[in-house]
Design a protein around this ligand. Structure first.
Ligand SMILES: NC(=O)C1=CN([C@@H]2O[C@H](COP(=O)(O)OP(=O)(O)OC[C@H]3O[C@@H](n4cnc5c(N)ncnc54)[C@H](OP(=O)(O)O)[C@@H]3O)[C@@H](O)[C@H]2O)C=CC1
Ligand SMILES: N[C@@H](CC(=O)OP(=O)(O)O)C(=O)O
Length: 355
């Protein structure tokens, strides 16, 4: 075993980028050495370039690193590059990195629908990472949309145990940090308010769920999406005055009859152990799904940091008079919904000897 793998972060000054800095400080497998951001930040020390907005202090190791432009030539030493780039620029920059032979793990939406790119929520579908095994040079792995990550976490064990889901609705209550920091959601818009629209979000949730829960083809080159007529997914997305943590009110109907009981559903969720934990990945949640029995939980402020934000909380599991079941799901949007997923994916790539 060599020493730590060298890591870089693209978009290091943003909402997701700052979370990468926090999660990579003192990481046992990765040493963060290269930070990239826009030409506005390049050339400055990180401490001077960033508008730090996390409740934890800026880690010492990052302060003096000089931010570079997001060009592959500056990241040559990296074994893995995490991307928290603004989606307006991510597509082109990440492609350049892949062409330069680098391994990129991206939060941006640009490459998620590429047929040869795995779209991975590490506590849900790590087997899709096998798609990159045959790539000789660089590759990209995409992390899902943050609301999709929370949604598919309870769906995975339910589908494994009780068979396909025929219909699914989710109404999201999404945190402000999900909108990023440049410029972010203005206080005047969100204070004392709910905004019932997040551009593109509903389509992403409805589409990405079908890829993440899809099946890897026999030759491991692509994922067969669940056809829309076999699983109907409908999302309604809202922005609410919460700093971190996306809440979703989910209802679902199984294809198979009779449907399981509420107690069977609860047991299935509580018993689920993700593959990353079994493989001993450092950041994997000990409890993948925290089943909460109190009537008024989960709540973002109280429950988002379960298993350091890598665990997902599910509460209010009950029968639904229209579909079969309904429940409330809470996930930390910048940890398991973004940077944390990226790091756990890299830990899985390492465990599978793919980096
Ligand atoms: N926030 C969240 O919960 C989630 C976000 N995502 C996705 O992750 C990505 C990052 O999101 P977020 O952190 O919220 O966004 P932010 O707006 O907070 O940060 C964007 C980052 O991109 C950099 N950037 C902007 N323009 C350029 C450029 N021309 N060249 C290079 N870098 C540039 C910025 O650098 P500078 O400071 O120098 O301008 C900054 O570091 C997005 O694609 C987003 O959709 C995905 C899941 C969840
Ligand atoms: N749209 C999400 C965050 C995000 O940027 O998602 P995506 O990576 O799918 O564009 C939110 O507002 O909370």
């Amino acid at each position: 075993m060599g020493g730590k793998k060298v890591a870089g972060v693209l978009g290091a000054t943003g909402s997701v980028g700052q979370r990468f800095i926090l999660l990579l400080a003192d990481h046992p497998d990765f040493e963060l050495k290269v930070l990239g951001a826009s030409p506005r930040s390049a050339g400055k020390k990180y401490v001077d370039a960033v508008n730090w907005k996390q409740t934890e202090l800026l880690p010492e190791f990052a302060k003096e690193i000089v931010v570079c432009e997001c060009k592959a030539e500056f990241f040559k030493q990296c074994d893995v590059v995490f991307s928290g780039l603004d989606a307006d620029y991510a597509g082109e920059i990440e492609s350049e990195f892949v062409e330069a032979g680098l391994a990129v793990v991206s939060n941006a939406k640009n490459h998620r629908r590429d047929p040869d790119v795995p779209l991975v929520v590490p506590i849900v579908n790590p087997e899709h990472l096998d798609m990159v095994a045959s790539k000789k040079r660089g590759f990209i792995v995409c992390i899902s949309n943050c609301s999709t990550a929370g949604l598919v976490a309870p769906l995975k064990p339910l589908v494994e145990k009780f068979g396909p889901i025929e219909a699914l609705t989710t109404t999201t209550l999404q945190a402000i940090s999900g909108a990023g920091f440049s410029p972010g959601v203005p206080g005047i818009d969100i204070l004392d308010n709910i905004i019932p629209y997040i551009g593109g979000e509903e389509d992403k949730i409805e589409w990405e769920t079908k890829k993440i829960l899809g099946t890897l083809s026999a030759d491991r080159s692509k994922v067969e999406l669940i056809p829309s007529d076999q699983m109907k997914v409908s999302a309604q997305c809202n922005r609410v005055a919460v700093s971190d943590g996306h809440t979703e009110c989910i209802s679902l109907k199984f294809k198979n009859r009779p449907a399981p009981s509420v107690d069977q559903v609860k047991k299935c969720l509580a018993d689920y152990v993700c593959e990353a934990y079994k493989l001993g990945c450092h950041s994997a949640p000990k409890q993948t799904i925290h089943l909460l029995e109190q009537n008024d939980r989960p709540q973002p402020r109280l429950d988002r940091n379960r298993d350091a934000g890598y665990g997902v909380s599910v509460g209010r599991v009950r029968e639904d008079p229209v579909l079969d079941f309904k429940m409330v799901v809470l996930s930390h949007n910048t940890v398991i919904g973004a940077a944390g997923s990226g790091i756990l994916i890299a830990e899985l790539l390492l465990a599978k000897k793919l980096i």
